[in-house]
Design a protein around this ligand. Structure first.
Ligand code: NAP
Length: 276
């Protein structure tokens, strides 16, 4: 990649930011299309978020991704927020349109694209989401508009109740909170949106004995988690978090460039980084 006076800058604001795979994915895509964009990591301390957002305007940055811990707080510094991001209560992508900053959230749509390309159909299905944080909200936003039923199970009942109440406002699907999951076999699709599985000694988020080849088991964590391994052993269709990461990035790419993202190039960049 050659940086010139015409190079358009994008990037990611996070704290920490060192772990992110997004620069690899986006720079590979910009290189492939030769469109004169670059993508940089910016370590933004929470107390500097306001100034960093102003710098998008001041430095004529085309757009940025927003990651932990800024996704919610950033909303108060933007000029406009799209409907989906407003519902989710978090922004992961900003577009600078002539100094007007517009916030989007591409996580939920990214997950749906990953399901679609793996031929996991949500329509008329019974779905269970484990966890009730930001990712559960982003993913559930689309699930609840398509599924027959959506169960939410998380360790903090108050959060599951709030999420279920909010989903009920936007969908006609049967939405309910589970206090414990005994019958994992009754769901068509199960989605782990907790960090359980990131660490080697984490317990499984659900019991896996009753899983069968009629079910799809999804984990939002990028790596091959014990849940995904167990589910595969039982013949389930499985999906890890790489697809969601890829597609949320591809959707952001399109927002910034108005061009079709080279998805295969982006996928290869992420997969090579995860499994060198
Ligand atoms: P979050 O807002 O912090 O929510 C995490 C949820 O998991 C909460 O419901 C939390 O419960 C629950 N949880 C946390 N630790 C737990 C434990 N030890 N046992 C049981 N439940 C636990 O986080 P998030 O942004 O939703 O992210 C969740 C996961 O999705 C992370 O692993 C993240 O890496 C992944 N993710 C992946 C992508 C992707 O592109 N693939 C995108 C976004 C997120 P409490 O509320 O009770 O703490």
């Amino acid at each position: 990649m050659q940086i010139t006076g015409k190079t358009k800058v994008t990037g990611i604001f996070g704290y920490p930011v060192e772990h992110t795979l997004s620069p690899l994915m986006h720079n590979a895509a910009f290189n492939a299309l030769k469109i004169g964009f670059c993508y940089l990591p910016f370590l933004v301390h929470p107390e500097n978020l306001d100034s960093a957002i102003n710098a998008i305007r001041a430095l004529n940055i085309v757009g940025v991704n927003i990651t932990i811990p800024h996704k919610e707080k950033v909303m108060s510094f933007l000029d406009e927020i799209d409907e989906e991001a407003l519902f989710i209560g978090a922004v992961n992508t900003i577009l600078n349109r002539e100094r007007k900053l517009i916030g989007y959230n591409t996580d939920g749509r990214g997950f749906m694209k990953a399901l679609e390309e793996n031929k996991i159909e949500v329509k008329n299905k019974k779905v269970l989401i484990i966890g009730a944080g930001g990712a559960a909200r982003a993913v559930g936003y689309y699930i609840c508009k398509n599924a027959t039923s959506l169960a939410i199970f998380s360790r903090t009942r108050q959060k599951s109740d709030k999420l279920a109440d909010d989903f009920k406002k936007i969908s006609n699907c049967k939405i309910y909170v589970e206090d414990s999951i005994k019958e994992t076999g009754t769901f068509d699709i199960i989605i782990n949106s907790t960090p359980l599985g990131l660490k080697d000694n984490d317990p499984l988020p659900i019991k896996t004995e009753n899983l069968s080849n009629q079910q799809a088991i999804c984990d939002l964590i990028y790596k091959e988690t014990p849940l995904i391994k167990e589910a595969r052993k039982r013949g389930c269709k499985t999906l890890n978090g790489i697809g969601m990461l890829l597609w949320q990035g591809a959707l952001a790419f399109k927002i910034w460039t108005s061009k079709e993202p080279p998805v295969d190039v982006m996928r290869k960049a992420i997969e090579t980084a995860i499994n060198p």
